[in-house]
Write a protein that binds this ligand. Structure first.
Ligand code: MG
Length: 133
């Protein structure tokens, strides 16, 4: 463990961890797993925060597990029931291709549809700047 304060980090899946190809599993986005591994290693709690459900949700969770990324929770923050009745999932930070401010690239390679996806190289720089990894 480091002296970095542990944060709850909401993590979207499609367009964030993998390229947008829902309901299928898209190709991995460069750098995603490496940065996620660093976040977990320093003690942050990752909450998979996705619109996926049932078997499509399981597919995403298994993908992360098989790639060694430990999740704290899925579409839930079990700690918040002690201090709020709000249905919003509390996170200190959200990494999501639909979040204003998350650095994005546009997917024009491999015949993709031009949808934006998370630029993990830039996300990593932001996390380092904020001393979160
Ligand atoms: Mg998304």
């Amino acid at each position: 463990m480091s002296n970095i304060k542990s944060l709850y980090i909401g993590l979207d899946f499609d367009g964030t961890v993998v390229h947008n190809k829902y309901p299928e599993l898209g190709e991995p986005i460069d750098g995603a797993l490496e940065v996620l591994e660093k976040l977990v290693k320093v003690g942050h709690k990752l909450i998979l925060y996705t619109m996926r459900s049932e078997e499509r949700l399981a597919q995403a969770a298994i993908y992360l597990e098989e790639n060694g990324i430990e999740l704290y929770a899925i579409n839930d923050n079990p700690s918040q029931k002690y201090w709020t009745k709000s249905p919003k999932i509390f996170c200190n930070l959200y990494i999501d291709d639909c979040s204003l401010g998350t650095p994005l690239l546009v997917d024009t390679v491999n015949g993709k549809d031009g949808r934006p996806y998370v630029d993990w190289e830039q996300v990593e720089k932001l996390l380092i700047e904020r001393e979160l990894i």
